[in-house]
Every structure is written in structure tokens, then in C-alpha cells.
Design a protein around this ligand. Structure first.
Ligand code: GLU
Length: 478
């Protein structure tokens, strides 16, 4: 058996769409799990959509996500060039072969011709499609027009003697397309560039791609590709079309309802491990309920036969939850480095060990890296205030005030206050005031952390020490 070779073949539009990230990931996982090779190919044959720096940006986003390639424009390989605009001669040669075989033809229709054709078809309630009028031009006429320099494209002939073309898909089984519904697709444009369809098939063949794993939006193009493979007499790769990504309301994932670029998530402080884990579950799962997977585990467990057909909802809340799980798990030194760009200057000025202890205390309460900033307010704002009305009311209640007074008295007698003796102090306060349970702990938590729910109280006390704790409690004394 020959080795599996898969490719991720993005068009460089300026950013890596999360759907593209999912496609890249599934290709990569499939290759890793089967000892195959992953190839990056840049499909930039649409010159109108060219964006400066887009290829570098794509590669950077993929590297950030830790998706590695065995071959590609950035790493080389035996089947290059891996950028389609550098392969124009190759496509020309194959387009000519199809012309010679009479499986393709020159079409001289102008934009206006095509618009008129479409309008007439629509007026007659027919499907809008190229009607094949240039299929039947004689060799002589074609030659004359070409010699006269009339612009033309090359279209493939769809073989209408076949009623249908069947695409064998690893996810959807056999999918049949009626040839009467398929256009004579343009293969070469008048600017000498191939269309996606020709370039894609030629490259998949020349690059020895065994499995084409891509988004479902490409399924309707696949019968045209199958026809091309037949015309060239090439072996057809296996296809796997991944289910659509949907917004929460089950419409197709769109920018209007949220971020769709991988770098948006990166900039918002999501960890690559969390995003990858989340994206892996968009259309794939294991038979159990496991949700947290390391990349190594994904490589080991991924298989195409557990990719589903149903559209996968991009649930941002789930992504946030996942990110939080990863933030809780990563080694504290690593987290300290990752949150650096989001720290206030005062935090950077303190002793690193102390800062690490503070980060350790708040890490459980942050969803994305920049969240750290607001959570550190407690430690670095000289004049922090309680905003919430309910909390203010709680602080003013009589039992709370009793607790505060007693706490100040007891702590005042101590040399130092830390997590070690904090419990004893609270016991003593309870004994003396008779206030206990929630009525004892919640007011204390509000006074010292300014929150009802949040970081572990005793850890905060430990970081603050005696003077700062006293200061915090004195502030709420009525
Ligand atoms: N260039 C296409 C894209 O941007 C690739 C489709 C395919 O993988 O065949 O998604």
C-alpha cells in the first residue's frame, strides 16, 4: 500500500477561517494517525482576490495552531512548487491535452452574451447554466477567432451521454449528480490562469494526493472533478467532505454573528490548544463523552469514519469553557508568560514570585488571557471599590459590622496574618461574635476580595498580609 498523502489547499484571502482551520486539522490528524504526509498548497489562481501578505499570515496562523506540514511553500518538498500561480505552464499543458482529446473547447462568449443567456433562461423558468453554444464551433472558426485575438476561455465538456456522475464520499457514501444539472465548467480563464477546478485536479494528481478532505461546500464541484479524472485517465482520490459549520441559530457560520478568523481568537486570548480541541469536535467525536483532548490524543484517536454528516454548531460558550479548562491546567510559569502582555505596569514592577502567586490565585476565574487584567484590580488598585448594591447592603448589616470590628481587634494583636493563622482568627471571631457560617464568611470575603464569588479567600489573605487586610476591612466599617 502506498502512503497516505493529504493536502490543505487554502486560497489566500487574508486570514485563516476557522472552517479552514478545521479542514487543516482534520487533514493533519488523518495523516498523523496513518503515518501519512500533510501538504500545504496555496490556491491563488484568482488574481482578483489576491491579498498582500496573505500566505505568510496563513502559515503563521497554522504554526500558531501547531499544525505542521511535511511539504509546502515554507518547507519545500519533492512535488513543488506548492503555490499554484507558480505552476501556470503545467495547467496550460493539461488544458491543451483536454482540447486535443476533444474533452474541452474554446468558448468565445462575452460577459454580455452570458448575462443575456442567463436572463433568457430565467425568463423561461430554466436553470441558469452555460448552454454549450461554443461546443459546436468548427475547428476552422475556432482557429480564425484565436488568430484574430478574440478573447476566449476553455471549458470542459460534461459528458451528457452519462445520466449521472457518482461521487464516492467517505462521509456521505455515494452521492449522485445528474449531468443535466452540471455546467460545462470553465477550466482556463482568458487571463491564462486556470480555474480552481482544473488546478485542483491536476495538482492533486501530480502531488499524489490519496485523500481529499475538505469542506462540504466543495461537494457540488466534485462531479466535475470526477469527470476530469476520467478524461485524464487518472486514479480518483478518496473524498471526504466535512459537515458545514453553523451559527447557534443553525444558519451557515458567518462573520455577522461572530469572529470567523483564527487570528481573532488568538488576539482575544484563546490558547491554541483550546481552539484546536474545540475545532476537532466540530463534526467529529469519539464514542464516549470525552471532550478534552491533547493534540497527541487527537492524532491517535481521529478517524474519518467518526466524522458526521450533520452541520456542526460553533458554540462560542463551549469554546470559552474549554479555554478556561486549559488555563486552569497549564503550568503556572507558562501561564505567567502568556498573560504578560495583558498585565498592568504595577504588576510587572513587583517581585516575580509574588506575581506568580497572584496569577495562581486568579487563574481559575479567567476565561481568556486578557481577562487577567480586570481580575488583578484587587491587587493593584489602591482604591478598589465594591460596585454591586447587594454586596454593599450585605456589608452594612449589623452582624457583618460586628464581624469586621472583631476581626480588626484580633488581627491587630498579631505580628503577621497569613493563610496559616487566618483560620484561627476566624474561629476566634466566630466565638466572640456568635456569627457563623455564611454570615461570617461572606462579609469577610466581600471585604477582602470585593466579590462574593471569586478567588480563594485564604490565598488572598496570604498575599495581602496583615496591613492590607486590616486596611480592606477598615474601609467597610460603617
Ligand atoms: N482553494 C479551496 C479553498 O479555498 C480548496 C478546496 C479544496 O480543498 O479542494 O477552500
Amino acid at each position: 500500500m502506498s502512503e497516505n498523502r493529504v493536502r490543505f489547499a487554502p486560497s489566500p484571502t487574508g486570514f485563516l477561517h476557522v472552517g479552514g482551520l478545521r479542514t487543516a486539522l482534520f487533514n493533519y490528524l488523518f495523516a498523523c494517525g496513518t503515518n501519512g504526509k500533510t501538504i500545504l498548497r496555496i490556491e491563488d489562481t484568482d488574481q482578483n482576490r489576491k491579498v498582500e501578505g496573505a500566505v505568510e499570515n496563513l502559515i503563521e496562523s497554522l504554526e500558531w495552531a501547531k499544525i505542521a506540514f511535511d511539504e509546502g511553500p515554507h518547507v519545500g518538498g519533492d512535488y513543488g512548487p506548492y503555490i499554484q500561480s507558480e505552476r501556470l505552464d503545467i495547467y496550460k499543458k493539461y488544458a491543451n491535452q483536454l482540447l486535443e482529446q476533444n474533452d474541452a473547447y474554446h468558448c468565445f462568449c462575452t460577459e454580455e452574451d452570458l448575462t443575456r443567456m442567463r436572463e433568457e433562461q430565467m425568463a423561461n423558468k430554466q436553470d441558469a447554466r452555460y448552454d454549450g453554444r461554443c461546443r459546436h464551433l468548427s475547428r476552422e472558426v475556432v482557429k480564425q477567432k484565436l488568430e484574430a485575438g478574440i478573447p476566449s476561455v476553455i471549458r470542459m465538456k460534461i459528458d451528457h451521454s452519462l445520466e449521472e456522475i457518482v461521487v464516492k464520499d467517505e462521509v456521505r457514501g455515494d452521492v449522485a449528480f445528474k449531468t443535466s444539472q452540471i455546467d460545462d465548467q470553465v477550466l482556463m480563464k482568458s487571463d491564462g490562469y486556470p480555474t480552481y477546478h482544473l488546478a485542483n485536479v491536476v495538482d492533486d494528481h501530480l502531488m499524489k494526493i490519496t485523500h481529499v478532505i475538505r469542506g462540504e461546500e466543495w461537494l457540488p464541484s466534485t462531479p466535475k472533478h470526477v469527470q476530469l479524472y476520467h478524461y485524464f485517465g487518472w486514479e480518483i482520490p478518496r473524498f471526504a467532505h466535512l459537515p458545514l459549520l453553523l451559527n447557534a441559530d443553525r444558519s451557515k457560520l458567518s462573520k455577522r454573528q461572530g469572529d470567523v478568523a483564527t487570528e481573532d481568537y488568538r488576539n482575544k486570548g484563546f490558547l491554541p490548544e483550546a481552539l484546536i480541541n474545540f475545532v476537532a469536535l466540530l463534526g467529529w467525536n469519539t464514542s464516549d463523552d470525552q471532550e478534552i483532548f491533547s493534540l497527541d490524543e487527537l492524532k491517535e484517536k481521529f478517524s474519518l469514519d467518526r466524522v458526521g454528516k450533520a452541520g456542526a454548531v460553533f458554540d462560542i460558550e463551549k469554546l470559552k469553557w474549554m479555554n478556561q479548562q486549559y488555563i486552569k491546567q497549564i503550568p503556572i510559569e507558562e501561564l505567567a508568560k502568556l498573560v504578560q502582555p495583558y498585565l498592568p505596569q504595577q504588576a510587572l514592577d513587583i517581585e516575580p514570585d509574588r506575581l506568580t502567586r497572584i496569577i495562581q490565585v486568579v487563574r481559575d476565574y479567567i476565561t481568556t488571557l486578557p481577562d487577567i487584567n480586570s481580575k488583578l484590580d484587587l491587587f493593584f488598585n489602591d482604591n478598589p471599590t465594591i460596585e454591586d448594591e447587594d454586596l454593599l447592603a450585605k456589608v452594612k448589616e449589623e452582624p457583618s459590622q460586628q464581624v469586621y470590628k472583631c476581626f480588626i481587634e484580633k488581627v491587630g494583636e498579631l505580628d503577621e496574618l497569613s493563610s496559616e493563622n487566618f483560620g484561627q482568627v476566624m474561629k476566634a471571631v466566630q466565638k466572640e461574635t456568635g456569627v457563623k457560617g455564611k454570615n461570617l464568611w461572606i462579609p469577610m470575603r466581600i471585604a477582602i476580595t470585593l466579590m462574593e464569588h471569586g478567588p480563594d479567600l485564604s490565598s488572598v489573605v496570604d498575599i495581602f498580609g496583615k496591613e492590607k487586610c486590616l486596611q480592606m476591612v477598615r474601609r467597610v466599617l460603617g
